[in-house]
Design a protein around this ligand. Sequence first.
Ligand SMILES: [Zn+2]
Ligand SMILES: [Zn+2]
Length: 131
Amino acid sequence: MTNEITGGCLCGSLRYRATGTPLNARICHCRQCQKAVGAAFNARILYPADQVYLDGPHKTHHSSADLLRGYCPECGTSVFSHRISSDWIGITVGSLDTPEVFKPEAHTWISEKQPWLTIADGLPQYQRMPS
Ligand SMILES: [Zn+2]
Ligand SMILES: [Zn+2]
C-alpha cells in the first residue's frame, strides 16, 4: 500500500483521502456488507478514523448499533463504513481512484459467503470476524 490513497463516489460529489498505514486490508463476505455495497463481498481497507479525510456531502445509515455505512447522497455510492466503538473507518476498494493498489490479506465472514463464489487466492479465510 502506498502512503496515501484517494477515491470518491460515482458522481464525484464525495471525495476522500486516507493517509499513513492502514490497520488491515480484508475482503468481507458478510450479508450486511453484501447489502451495503450491492455486491457479493466488500473489499475494504481499514484505517483509524483520524487518518481518513472526507470531502463532500455524505449520509450514513446504521447497519448495526456499532456500524455506520456511509454513502454519497447524490449517487448512492457506498464509500465507507465507520465502526463507532473503535473509531475505525473502512474504505470501499471499488471507490478508490486506483483499486489495483489493494493488497488483500484475508477473507472474513466465510460463513456467509455466496456459494457460487470460489476463492482461489490462498489467503487466510475466517468463518467470522477474527478478533
Ligand atoms: Zn456521488
Ligand atoms: Zn462485512
